[in-house]
Design a protein around this ligand. Structure first.
Ligand SMILES: Cc1ncc(COP(=O)(O)O)c(C=O)c1O
Length: 390
């Protein structure tokens, strides 16, 4: 566990070992491999009898530092850094599944994660069932004897629905399944799924963990029983995180708490503002009092997060007009950046799904997702008002 009582301190103070240069800021270890003192040591490291860096596809001081910090923040035993969030999703599933297994997942998850479950896993002889993330009875009814993995994203992308982590965690334990949670939207600062029975946690570090839209990266952390399997799969298949990206991401963790406080306070103010605008049909934000899962959101999430969803009256045309009128917000595919971003999921992130799959996931034509950044709240509201012509 952590060296200090509060993880914000560990996020700043944990560092890879200093070199003989006594640097204050950790350098980037741009090396493919590491030397052995002699043949015996080489053999011991190769055989796993001595724990040390060997080759950067396996581990590197920068990736280890990044994972060590994340594990403390998430209350996890161990983990592995991946080249992207999708590499983490794919590895966590494929490394732990065999032909004949069944996966139970929520319908509204990131489009590419859904694609892996519905298009790639079946080619390996793995079946699946999709359920509504917020309906506990559906989870219970769909579980089978061969269900090996329960997979959720909470809050979900992009509709911001919540999974009841404690309920699904208990269901998973009762049935001896592995409970995987994509915690990318909440980050470890707002929500720690291990406390509710998760076995593995996924991060797209590309989002809030980087926080400035610079690098791709991911992580799988959790209980050692399952992270060891993921580590073995990853070191053989190769989607490891580069030392440079790990260095950026580890540095970014130093400011995660501060940034998330500002993302969340800006997002709550915007959600409350949008609620008052007549041309907005509905606003979705987990810490709004009229949010359907408000009590659950308060229980699981320290704050409501940096994403706000809303439905425009006037559907697709109104949504497009809004996006085209924004001056400050960026139109781009990412989220969790210091710069605010507006997205129209039906025509971008979720465009590869069929219309039925989109509607099943709650993505209607007029749905807009805002990733609320760190700019001054007054400027963000001015931009939204002018784009809505209010
Ligand atoms: C919830 C969620 N999980 C995983 C991913 C994939 O992450 P990456 O783009 O780093 O591969 C994304 C990307 O948007 C996401 O939103």
């Amino acid at each position: 566990m952590g060296k200090n009582p509060k993880f914000e301190t560990d996020a700043i103070r944990i560092q890879a070992e200093q070199s003989h240069h006594r640097e204050h800021s950790v350098p980037i270890y741009l090396t493919s491999s590491f030397t052995f003192e002699n043949a015996e040591q080489g053999a011991a490291i190769f055989q796993g009898k001595e724990k040390a860096n060997l080759y950067s596809r396996f581990s590197n001081p920068n990736t280890s530092e990044f994972i060590q910090k994340l594990c403390i923040m998430e209350h996890c035993d161990d983990g592995v850094a991946t080249a992207s969030g999708m590499a983490a999703v794919y590895t966590s599933l494929v490394a732990n599944l065999s032909q004949g297994d069944h996966v139970l997942a929520s319908k509204d998850i990131f489009g590419n994660s859904l694609f892996i479950i519905t298009n790639i896993l079946p080619k390996m002889g793995v079946s699946y069932t999709l359920v509504d993330v917020d309906c506990n009875a559906e989870w219970e009814n769909a579980i089978r004897d061969n269900t090996k993995i329960l997979y959720v994203e909470t809050p979900s992308n992009p509709t911001l629905k919540l999974a009841d982590l404690e309920y699904i965690g208990q269901l998973s334990k009762k049935n001896g399944a592995i409970f995987i949670v994509d915690n990318c939207f909440a980050t470890p600062y707002l929500q720690q799924p291990m406390l509710y029975g998760a076995d593995l946690i996924i991060h797209s570090a590309t989002k809030y963990i980087d926080g400035q839209g610079r690098v791709l990266g991911g992580a799988i952390i959790g209980s050692e029983k399952y992270t060891a399997i993921c580590y073995d799969f990853l070191r053989r298949t190769g989607a490891s995180l580069s030392p440079f990206n790990a260095w950026v991401l580890s540095k970014s963790l130093e400011t995660l708490a501060l940034r998330m406080d500002r993302h969340c306070s800006n997002a709550l103010k915007i959600a409350k503002h949008l609620e008052k605008i007549p041309m907005i049909e509905k606003v979705i934000y987990p810490h709004l009092e009229n949010y359907p899962q408000f009590e659950l959101a308060k229980k699981q999430m320290k704050l409501g997060g940096g994403l706000v969803g809303f439905e425009m009256k006037g559907g697709l045309d109104a949504g497009k007009k809004f996006l085209n009128s924004l001056k400050l917000h960026s139109l781009t595919a990412n989220l969790g950046d210091s710069r605010s971003i507006a997205t129209h999921p039906a025509s971008t992130t979720h465009s590869k799904l069929t219309e039925k799959e989109r509607l099943d996931a709650g993505i209607t034509p007029g749905f807009i997702r805002l990733s609320v950044g760190l700019e001054h709240i007054d400027d963000l509201i001015l931009d939204i008002n002018q784009a809505l012509s209010v």
